[in-house]
Ligand binder design. Structure first.
Ligand SMILES: [Zn+2]
Length: 125
């Protein structure tokens, strides 16, 4: 589309039609804005789809998130960082019975019993 506009612009310049050429430049700028906005919206759409996919794979358990992806348990992840910032941050286990988020510094007790033993057993947890 922008290439066509350049060809038309060159033709108008050769013909000496400055008013139409200026109008064409305005259309070219408008077209570029639409292209940029479309790219931005496509990227936002991709990020939202990815977030929805991750959200559907998350299990909340013992104040932590675990991600079940292709039958594999990943995590635990910080609930605060996902809920507030959509970031999956791995919790670090410490020797005092807590798991700590290296990003937001939240600590959760990591020695609680699983909420659903039969579900956990099906995944080998
Ligand atoms: Zn966090």
């Amino acid at each position: 589309m922008l290439q066509d506009i350049k060809v038309i612009g060159a033709t108008l310049m050769k013909a000496g039609n400055i008013e139409l050429y200026k109008q064409l430049l305005d259309y070219q700028a408008d077209a570029q804005k639409l292209i940029d906005e479309n790219m931005k919206l496509k990227e936002e759409n991709r990020v939202l789809k990815e977030k929805l996919m991750i959200q559907s794979e998350l299990e909340f358990r013992n104040n932590q998130y675990f991600r079940i992806k292709d039958g594999i348990k990943l995590g635990p992840y910080c609930t605060r960082c996902w809920d507030a910032e959509s970031k999956l941050i791995n919790l670090h286990q410490s020797n005092d019975g807590y798991s700590d988020c290296p990003s937001c510094k939240v600590s959760v007790v990591n020695n609680q019993a699983p909420y659903n033993q039969s579900y956990d057993d099906s995944f080998g947890w």
